[in-house]
Design a protein around this ligand. Sequence first.
Ligand SMILES: Nc1ncnc2c1ncn2[C@@H]1O[C@H](COP(=O)(O)OP(=O)(O)OP(=O)(O)O)[C@@H](O)[C@H]1O
Length: 533
Amino acid sequence: MTSSPDTTGTQAGSASSVEEGAPAVPLVEVRSASKAYGPTVALREVSLSVGAGEIHGLCGQNGAGKSTLVKVLAGLVQLDSGTVLLDGRPIELSRPLDAQHHGIALVDQELSVVPALTVEENILLGGAGRPFVRRRAADRARARELLERVGLSQLSPDARVESLSMAQRQLVEIARLLGREARLLILDEPTASLSRADSLVVFAALRELAARGHSVLYVSHRLDEVLDLCDRVTVVRDGARVADESATALEPARLIELIMGDLHRHERAANAARSAPDASDAVELVVRVAQPPRIGGVALRIRAGSIVGLAGQVGSGTSELLRALAGLEPGGTASIELPGGRVARPTSSRAAQAAGIDFVSNDRKGEGLFLERSVGENLVATRLDRISRAGIVGRRALREVAGRLSERVHVKTRGLDAGVLELSGGNQQKVFIGRCLERGSDRILLLDEPTRGVDVHGRAEIHDLVREAAGNGTTVIFASGEPDEVLDLADVVVCLHGGDVVAVRRAEEMTASDLLAETTRGRAAATEEPDGR
Ligand SMILES: Nc1ncnc2c1ncn2[C@@H]1O[C@H](COP(=O)(O)OP(=O)(O)OP(=O)(O)O)[C@@H](O)[C@H]1O
């Protein structure tokens, strides 16, 4: 492990020279950090230490305090008490610029690269101390050098960012931060919108950067990735640190136990307990979607009350298929032939809702939650007609329904009146899902990445709720980029590639590697469900 980033002489001073036998000074250390938001304690005397050249994982349930800790390091949130040290010396992080000066860089989930600009323009954008007059040759050389450091030496600096894959965009963002002398890179759920292949590209670049002495703080709910990538892992639970362990010695089951405490449950058991819908009383729906050029003609025969998992890499058309069914793809021709000969044509989101189709988007902030409203209001937002009399919504009825839903999805909140923006990301997702529950049977529930940003326990809970909805007659179609999630939750798996259905299989007949092979190979196959479905 090196102790000083190899940055061709551009780094600020570092803790490079460690005397033989003396303990290495961590690059960044947080000591006894505490932070409360009003009555909510987000951090309780948490400590964290990241060595130079170390990839350090940060894990914890939704609401455990990870983002708060990250925001402290990024200068976005101030501690109530505690210290942050860099190279063993206390530093002030009162604003984002302080973090930048100290070489601490947050790689944002919503990347700050500008799609319409070129790679070089993005990399050199807003760099501190840039001369006013552009020095073309020097800029070009600098851009190339930074691209090389993130494994993108083949990429033209003139390429527009909008033409790049998500992984390449993420790496361009990292190159930009390296250009600002970043020593600690903080990544918060970086693979949430990446395919597996893209994730591996980013991991390779991170390992290379660590080998050159940069440090990485890696926040993720994807525990296999954490164990695969990280050297050490810190686990926080209810705002307190419960572990700081070497990742190599850590078993997955032990990590889950550390994260969940006593709450740990085994999900596959829950799935096994759910009996698949009985073939004898099969009621079928036929789903047809054409949305050229992104989706060819898809025709699926689906048993009512079953759970259909759409699997595919980014760009395979899984999201577009769901959105077409939700009436959100203009010009799309989606139809659902319902039992009894009725045909639903979701030409708009209103038409979809009228036909009994609920949609949980993968963009909960942009398309789901009413961000300025409370948790309670968000939970009941789509059922106001059912709890109002003559157009007047009774406060008691509202609280009763919201309270029940909040309990069912186990939202961690100080109360129904709390603003939904106060919730951690995973808890916001639970509110979003909770809103689509208990809407009556014979409905169709569409979920795009239902557990994105949700911890293992919350994920199991959301899966249980989905199974329960299916058990009550709701037909569920969901998309997920995680093979394990598709196989855990679905009865039937539909694999898409390049906008076409390439395989339809029962989940119990598939392994994760079958699924990966189908979704990456893209070979032609039947489009109807297997025997009798
Ligand atoms: N701006 C805020 N106002 C009030 N409470 C907040 C605010 N931000 C976070 N909290 C609360 O602080 C606690 C820790 O939240 P934090 O976002 O750090 O959790 P997290 O571990 O990042 O969760 P997730 O995995 O869901 O993103 C939660 O109880 C959350 O509701």
